[in-house]
Design a protein. Structure first.
Length: 462
């Protein structure tokens, strides 16, 4: 049996891809900081020459830009959630490392894009026997979500339980010196913690967490993986690496072109030539030749074209916003939207998958808080900011005035159509309308009270 802290063979084979993609998503400092791992030195290069070579090579952060752009498009509008009030009350600190629900969702979206992996473990501190509600509140004895990156998951094993696919074992690296082993012991969820002591791994704790006083029959871990070994960004990171190496080749050619080579012919080997700003050479032999050998650079244009083509390919793969298109400014918004349809469809798939995993996790949290798992979570899929058409807005208002559209639906249409601020929620919107109506009524009453008494017909009962 392998050590408790070892990766399963399947996960070990994916670690290099996790690292490469995450490094390229981190950007230029991470890549150049890795030095020879991503840019090997040329033969016979000194440390000084390599440092100059590394510093002068241009790195185009196409993968990082794409991920940041996707994250911005998704989270430019707030997520929507329908859940029990007790869950709303903990969303400002919902993870073990103090993240808000929105921060957790951003982390999950980025982790899924980069690795097609990662996951959430729902944990609950042990509630001491006889603890009061005040104790539970003061000591935060309620469920938390522990996020685990792809590299922190050592093993995920599935089995069949009651005719359905279910987790049978999960091993997680809690820290450098601690591993959690989660498994089903005769159908009961069991958690064992192992720590490293003087190089040896020892099991120091084993427990069977209870939910509402009852043993759990499933492992409360939700994997972000969708069954595919390749992450959405693997190919993009590989292309970005190729672009980096081609850029380095171009830079190396430029370095050679900027260093003409001095050639002296017809001088004996034992003659020492020194060069300085005040030096002058005199040769008695008329056949002695001195010249600078310069590279013509005829093949340089091919390298430049290849680097440009790779830059465009990064834009096409990751996002049209990265592509270099001279006519883009003259295109209509509808043309741009149609051209981006496939990318948006792919992005929407990432979003729906992330939201579904988070929703499943929050349902476990709700159950552990004694609530029904009535949780619905959705992330924004309206990626292109676009104001509502004036004609459509008129139709919407007409339908609202005819009583065919509820207030909540009208609010959603106005906010999605960029008429109302994105940060405005319906409760605040309704409260502002109520205040506005009260102010208007008060103004009407004041105006009526100010009318002369003679203008009011005492015989008019209506």
């Amino acid at each position: 049996m392998s050590a408790i802290n070892n990766y399963s063979p399947e996960r070990a084979s994916r670690l290099p891809f996790f690292k490469r993609t995450k490094d390229h998503c981190a950007g230029v400092d991470r890549i150049k900081g890795a030095g020879a791992a991503y840019l090997p030195p040329q033969e016979d290069m000194t440390d000084h020459d390599y440092r100059r070579y590394l510093d002068s090579t241009v790195y185009f952060p196409g993968t990082a830009r794409t991920l940041n752009m996707y994250t911005g498009l998704v989270f430019r509008k707030e997520y929507t959630i329908s859940a029990p009030q007790s869950l709303h009350s903990i969303k400002d600190v919902i993870t073990t490392d103090g993240k808000t629900l929105e921060q957790m969702l951003k982390w999950a979206f980025r982790e899924y894009c980069m690795t097609n992996d990662g996951g959430f473990l729902v944990i609950h501190p042990v509630v001491p026997e006889g603890a009061s509600l005040a104790d539970v509140y003061e000591q935060d004895l309620r469920p938390f979500i522990a996020p685990f990156s792809a590299e922190a998951i050592l093993e995920i094993t599935y089995g069949v339980r009651r005719g359905r696919k279910a987790l049978s074992r999960v091993r997680l690296r809690e820290s450098e010196d601690a591993v959690l082993d989660l498994y089903l012991d005769r159908g009961v969820y069991t958690m064992a913690r192992h720590i490293q002591v003087e190089g040896e791994w020892q099991r120091v704790e084993i427990s069977q967490p209870l939910m509402q006083g009852q043993p759990m029959t499933y492992i409360p871990f939700v994997s972000l993986g969708d069954g595919e070994d390749v992450s959405p960004f693997d190919d993009l990171a590989a292309l970005n690496q190729t672009h980096y190496l081609k850029s380095a080749a171009l830079e190396l050619a430029l370095i050679y072109l900027s260093r003409p080579k001095l050639v002296v012919c017809g001088v004996k080997d034992d003659v020492e030539l020194t060069m300085s700003i005040n030096s002058m050479w005199r040769f008695e032999d008329k056949d002695t030749k001195v010249e600078y050998l310069e590279f013509k650079g005829s093949g340089l244009s091919l390298l430049k074209d290849e680097v440009k083509n790779l830059t465009d390919a990064l834009g096409i793969m990751g996002s049209r916003m990265l592509a270099i298109e001279e006519k883009a400014a003259a295109e209509a918004a509808e043309t741009v939207a149609r051209r981006q349809a496939s990318e948006n469809a792919t992005l929407a798939g990432f979003v729906r998958h992330t939201a579904a995993c988070a929703e499943t996790t929050l349902k476990v949290v709700a159950e552990w808080m004694g609530e029904k798992p009535d949780v619905s979570l959705a992330l924004n899929t309206d990626f292109l900011p676009q104001s509502i058409d004036a004609g459509l807005l008129g139709q919407v208002i007409a339908l609202y005035q005819a009583g065919r559209i509820p207030n909540e639906v009208l609010f959603q249409i106005l906010r999605d159509g960029e008429v109302l601020p994105e940060s405005l929620d319906y409760e605040t919107y309704a409260a502002l309308l109520e205040m506005q109506e009260q102010t208007r009524l008060q103004a009407d009453f004041t105006a009526i009270a100010a009318l002369p008494a003679a203008q009011i017909d005492p015989g008019d009962d209506d």
